[in-house]
Design a protein around this ligand. Structure first.
Ligand code: IPE
Ligand code: IPE
Ligand code: MG
Length: 273
């Protein structure tokens, strides 16, 4: 958190926003559905790919800010399994942009002590893209700061299918108890705590097959802002909104309601324990 404050100038709007954030209640893991690149370009009379290119700037800003905030993990939805339905030219351009991004950003990721981890059906990607991802993961594997998960050729249902297949395979060799922990441990995100906050840009109120299992209790934040327009200030505003929420996880939360057994006793007219 201090790293972010150090990077901001006093009096700047982002500085005011950052100072309003409670450092004790930061989300440990933020997930983002980076949507709206095509619409951003269209509004400017440009090709969709210009939107994807502009979106890279937001990726850079968000990664840097999460690292400065000292978060544990950031998961970015970059390409869904369903995105193969798009024109081949757009898909190919996305791979080209991704490869360029990794080549240009690797030194910066190293400098910021960031570990890169790709999640999705990576073996179905063009070999060069898969190769570059593997290389970037190996290169940054010793870093101990923010973990950035890039969801590429990712589908939430496909991930659950892959986990079930792995579990069935394992159960042939030894007895395993299937419970929630066991399923979580076989997802692409094994070992990473679930997202606390899920942000979607461009106003769509849907999850589009993203992290279906992991977002069970994530706080949702949807903004009309299109991804290429998403700034550091927008991220800080999302975190501030998150900090206003009362996360109850099915219980009664921390806002001064009596413990569950007392309230039950009240309504049933029986003395509390
Ligand atoms: C998100 O922007 C990026 C990817 C899905 C790769 P879109 O390309 O979906 O942009 P819109 O939603 O068409 O505006
Ligand atoms: C979700 O956006 C996928 C990514 C951001 C990579 P889409 O644009 O593909 O989602 P839909 O089609 O609007 O649901
Ligand atoms: Mg979209």
């Amino acid at each position: 958190m201090q790293a972010l404050l150090d990077a901001l100038k006093p009096g700047q709007e982002d500085d005011t926003l950052a100072r309003a954030i409670d450092p004790q209640r930061l989300p440990g893991h933020i997930a983002i559905i980076m949507d709206g690149n095509g619409r951003w370009a269209k509004r400017r009379g440009q090709l969709r790919v210009a939107g994807h290119k502009a979106g890279m700037r937001s990726v850079r800003t968000v990664i840097e800010t999460c690292a400065q905030l000292g978060l544990n993990a950031l998961t970015l939805y970059a390409f869904s399994i369903e995105n193969w339905k798009r024109p081949r030219t757009e898909v190919e351009m996305l791979w080209r942009l991704l490869r360029t991004y990794m080549r240009l950003e690797l030194p910066e990721l190293m400098r910021q002590n960031i570990r890169l981890h790709a999640i999705g059906r990576l073996e179905a990607l063009p070999p060069q893209v898969n190769g570059d991802l593997k290389e970037a993961m190996a290169h940054t594997s010793g870093n101990t700061g923010l973990q950035v998960n890039l969801a590429i050729n990712y589908g939430g249902r496909a991930e659950i299918v892959d986990a079930v297949k792995a579990l069935v395979e394992e159960s042939r060799k030894r007895h395993i108890e299937i419970d929630e922990t066991m399923i979580s441990a076989h997802l692409y995100t094994a070992g990473i705590p679930d997202p606390d906050l899920l942000i979607r840009t461009s106003g769509e109120m849907r999850v589009s097959n993203f992290l279906l299992w992991q977002i069970a209790y994530a706080e949702l934040y949807v903004t009309e802002t299109l991804w290429p327009d998403f700034t550091r200030g927008d991220l800080l505003r999302a975190i501030l909104d998150y900090q206003k929420r009362d996360r109850r996880f099915g219980g009664l939360g921390a806002n001064g309601r009596p413990p569950v057994d007392e309230r039950f006793s009240e309504t049933l007219g029986i003395p509390a324990r």
